[in-house]
Design a protein around this ligand. Sequence first.
Ligand SMILES: *[C@@H]1O[C@H](CO)[C@@H](O)[C@H](O)[C@H]1NC(C)=O
Ligand SMILES: *[C@@H]1O[C@H](CO)[C@@H](O)[C@H](O)[C@H]1NC(C)=O
Length: 447
Amino acid sequence: MATVVAAAILLSPIFCQKSIHFSSSNSQFFGGVSKKINFDEKSVSKRRDLGGFVVASANAGTGGAGRFYINFTGFPFPLGPFLNRRTIRTEALKDSIWLFEQEQALGFSSVSTNIRMTVIRLKSGGLWIHAPIAPTKECIQLVEELNAPVEYIVLPTFAYEHKIFVGPFSRKFPKAQVWVAPRQWSWPLNLPLEFFGIFRAKALRDEDDSTPWANEIEQKVLSLAEVGIGPYVEVAFFHRRSRTLLVTDAVIFVPRRPPDCISKESLLKSAKNGLAVKILSKGKEVPDEPVVDNSSNRQKGWERMVLQILFLGPSNLLEPSATFSQMSRKLIVSPIVKTLVFSKVPDKVRNWIDKIAADWPFRRIIPAHFAAPVNAGSSDLLAAFAFLNELLDDRSIAKPSISLVFASIFGKAASYFPPDDMKTLSSLDNFLVSVGAVKKTASGRRS
Ligand SMILES: *[C@@H]1O[C@H](CO)[C@@H](O)[C@H](O)[C@H]1NC(C)=O
Ligand SMILES: *[C@@H]1O[C@H](CO)[C@@H](O)[C@H](O)[C@H]1NC(C)=O
């Protein structure tokens, strides 16, 4: 997902300029937006086993009330759900890393994904919090259950969907230091951090060994000034003891099944043949049948959400399974981030990725969306970014190492995206280039 919001940010100039007319392929962007809000209470499951992780959901007593979060977060890009966010905590590594997830919907659409906060216990016993989520009562209780002081709250990105929760979250833990990725900006108004309730934040710097956590967690900053209407900034972290790489939007691993925090209601709503499906059905007749709650309909809902998040306008939303299976269960760069951001400045992205792969012997990756932890090492990361080689000049690619050769063999799979599904993104890209909202994609030996 970066993605949903990165896209919203990049798309917003379009929404604001009513005088611009769309070709039929561009009109697909509006497909996913339906107008209903879902106010349903979600059912509470107190404790469950999920593929070996202990899954805790706060005390059933707090139930729906603990999830109440009324805030039209994110004007002018509203992010749902608006009234009720369930938080699910899983222990990724015994006594040292926990994942906290909530559902995150884009505006009033039926498209949502999971957003993840990661909590690491430092040697001091205190907690280091990466990319905080909405501080509902339930969420705060799940943090407090870890029985350790929150020492640091870290915002690893400029992206709005993560930034909006830092202020409210830090007010719950006023003793914690707040650290943020450099070059923060917002659109359409470039508002100062204070507007988001973030005060006295320190800036994360590239390979800074003077941070208070430097002997346990290292960091590398990707800062792309020239991609579009604002810089793309993401900070990657490496937790040495557990050999874990933390990223925000750089890579994702789409799981086959929907994440637990996505409600049944959202999945079924997305399984319904609405407007988006009618537009994106490859000309096939779209049946208008009611959606019963069964496992295949929930799965269909999930697959449709994923394709819209990845491609904005996938070629066939009516029958999502074929594209879904190509895009799921492997480490990939989300097509939106690839097309609108990383392909614009391949050399800088390549440097960042190469340094991560060379310096950090990680064996698992925790991104802020979709599945985590992903068992993956540097060759998987290089494979996901193999598309950069095609954009770079021959001369700027050093002699490939053995691991890179392997990576590009497997990379065929990891960076191959179905061309039909990429059409909307490519035409969006062309459009944004033509109005000057994003930079032209770097042309390398392939073009
Ligand atoms: C609601 O959202 C705004 C930003 O959109 C933020 O500044 C404010 O602190 C939030 N309030 C709460 C209670 O989370
Ligand atoms: C679920 O319901 C749909 C109709 O909406 C039906 O076609 C499908 O076979 C059902 N699947 C299962 C597993 O019952």
